[in-house]
Ligand binder design. Structure first.
Ligand code: F6P
Length: 382
């Protein structure tokens, strides 16, 4: 039998910085589509970039569109995944088997600057309509969901956004996909640094990711027992602030603490601004303070480390796999509704909801961050 192209499909893409849980989400959206809704899912390779590439190749030509549909139909599942000429793959059960806990995304993710251009988005909308796509699911962080919002405003397609970013900087949801795994990875990393910090009685300054948000550093600090967390929410650091932080570490050392782990979020700024990584700027400031004349611990050494992309990889935690399944469930419930409304899934007070794009920030998010920071301070003071 000649394979046929689905009469209606839901497309899914992963965009921006990858986040653990993306594969678990893909598995869930595909399996729920096939098992519950009987609707095919087209996986898009390389996020918006894959759609832009394909729209450009088809270029509004009816025959090219037909050829593309035939290519998709004749390369389902794994055959499509290994054919790197194909940016849209009709996913089947086998193609999402065994991927649940794997970090990254088997479909690939990318940042796509071209997508800022309206004309490029219009071509993508034509492509999706030509492919009989009834809904597009966009999984990613802030920039990716802004792209999704634009598509939702500029077309009558249903566009469902799924928050996935280790930064946890989306203020409409308590948690984004990937955060729990990244926090676990950071706790693992801090444990390793503690071993060596303790042996050498050193101060370790570790820089976490998170863009302008301190959530990752804050959660990892609380969960790992790191002695100090420095987050962007506390404002730009002046020389006097860094001295105060160094004095706090030194004070604890005089009371018996043997080492210190300092987590600094990458969004922390300095006044005056500094070009170097935060971990290095703080190392110099702390070292200078510890070596001032008459200091109690002139031999106290500081070592910096920028943890980088390590935080984006690794085996997805059960918590993230569960969140992925719940987000996928919520997406399908809304795709199944006759209203065809666009929106983004959110975790709020342990419920999964769909909220409109551009929802105002939840004020309790900022309050919660402050409380967590205070809690950390109370727990780590010595
Ligand atoms: O948004 C996720 C994130 O990992 C940020 O924490 C970080 O600043 C950025 O992406 C790094 O981006 P790239 O992978 O392009 O270097």
């Amino acid at each position: 039998m000649t394979p046929s192209y689905p009469e209606q499909a839901v497309a899914v893409l992963f965009s921006g910085g990858d986040a653990p849980g993306m594969n678990a989400f893909l598995r869930a959206i595909v399996r729920l589509g096939l098992n519950r809704e009987k609707i095919a899912v087209l996986g898009v390779r390389d996020g918006y970039r894959g759609l832009v590439r394909t729209a450009r190749a088809v270029n509004g030509d009816a025959e090219a569109l037909m050829r593309l549909k035939n290519a998709i139909a004749s390369h389902p599942g794994r055959a499509g995944l290994i054919n790197d000429q194909l940016d849209l793959i009709q996913m089947d059960h086998a193609s999402v088997s065994g991927i649940m806990g794997k970090g990254g995304t088997i479909l690939g993710s990318a940042r796509c600057l071209e997508f800022h251009e309206k004309e490029v988005r219009t071509n993508v909308i034509h492509l999706l309509k030509g492919l009989n796509v009834r809904a597009l699911v966009v999984v990613g962080g802030d920039g990716s969901l802004t792209g999704a919002k634009l598509l939702a405003t500029e077309s009558d397609l249903q566009i469902i956004g799924i928050p996935a970013t280790i930064d946890n900087d989306l203020q409409f949801t308590d948690m984004a996909l990937g955060v729990d795994t990244a926090v676990n990875t950071l706790v693992w990393a801090v444990d390793h640094f503690i071993d060596t910090a303790r042996s050498h009685r050193r101060v370790m300054v570790l820089e976490t990711m998170g863009r302008a948000s301190g959530d990752l550093a804050r959660m990892a600090g609380l969960a790992s027992g790191a002695e100090m967390i420095i987050t962007p929410e506390s404002g730009a650091l002046k020389a006097a602030d860094m001295e105060r932080l160094a004095a706090k570490i030194e004070g604890a050392m005089t009371r018996g603490r043997g080492h210190a782990i300092v987590l600094v979020a990458e969004g922390v700024e300095f006044d005056p601004p500094q070009k170097r990584n935060r971990a290095y700027v703080l190392m110099d400031a702390f070292q200078q303070y510890f070596q001032r004349s008459g200091a109690p611990f002139p031999d106290l050494e500081v070592r910096p480390s920028v943890l980088g992309h390590l935080q984006r990889g690794g085996h997805t935690t059960p918590q993230d796999c569960i969140l992925a399944a719940r987000f996928a469930d919520c997406a399908w419930i809304n795709i199944g509704r006759a209203t065809g409304k666009s929106g983004v899934t959110a975790l709020r007070k342990n419920n999964i909801e769909i909220v409109p794009y551009g929802e105002p920030d939840m004020p309790e998010r900022a309050a919660f961050s402050r409380e967590m920071e205070q809690l950390h301070d109370d727990l780590s003071s010595w």
